[in-house]
Write a protein that binds this ligand. Sequence first.
Ligand SMILES: [Cu+2]
Length: 291
Amino acid sequence: MHTAARLGATAVGLAAVLGAGWGVGALVGPVGAPASAAEQHAGGDDHTGGGDHAAAAPADTGLPAGLAVSAEGHTLDLAADALPAGDAVPLSFRLLGPDGAPVTAFETVHEQDLHLVVVRRDLSGYQHLHPELAPDGTWTTAVALQPGSWRVLADATPTDLGHGLVLGADLAVGGTSEPVPLPAPSPTAVVDGYTVTVEGDLVAGRESEVVVRVALGGVPVTDLQPYLGARGHLVALRAGDLGYLHVHPTGASGGEVRFAVRVPAAGAHRLFFDFRHGDVVRTAAVTVEAR
Ligand SMILES: [Cu+2]
């Protein structure tokens, strides 16, 4: 976003996307993290972190987080705003501080200094990743993206800011793509043989409880492994603008994991639940209609 070369690359990438149009083409893969991401996640072994996830957008706006590329003096600066499709494409970015320099000091939240969500605009693709920070302030990770229009959401607490911030930037992925309709509301998703039930009565304007249950072969799974400081991690995105809702775990017992979600307004939301079992992190997604 800050060099002529980059603008050139962007134009080529966008041309590829636009030229391909929304015609027939590649199927979008199922929701879920790529194997490399699962390995990254499974490698985590420190469960002493935790604390609240990044703060929601300021309460007075009534808006979810992640709608802006720049807020509170900080800017999400993608190294490239167009990338090729592929299974392991490097994605790099920086968080710039009020002085324009990359931020290099972050507070650990949910065991990580930065949580990256990469989601296709139609909510048909999703990855939750933990990039590596280089000393110069550049974050890098590998992403697996299908062609289409994507949103990159960085959730972090810069030490100089002192509270959580979620910034979002658009990312074009060249190639032929086709829009995927949002699945109808349903509490159940199946991933790798696991049946995940995500039940929540989302009510606009208040914190709503979401209860998640996981079963394998019809038997409730009661030994979910710790992941990011809890028995699973939930991300809630609003359909239509990919607003990033504030979610925090409120407890787990037996085969149940509970979260509180703050929903600013009625409408469809996509809930992504990451859970770890058998040392593998999987993601289940359901659509929930807030009232
Ligand atoms: Cu994360």
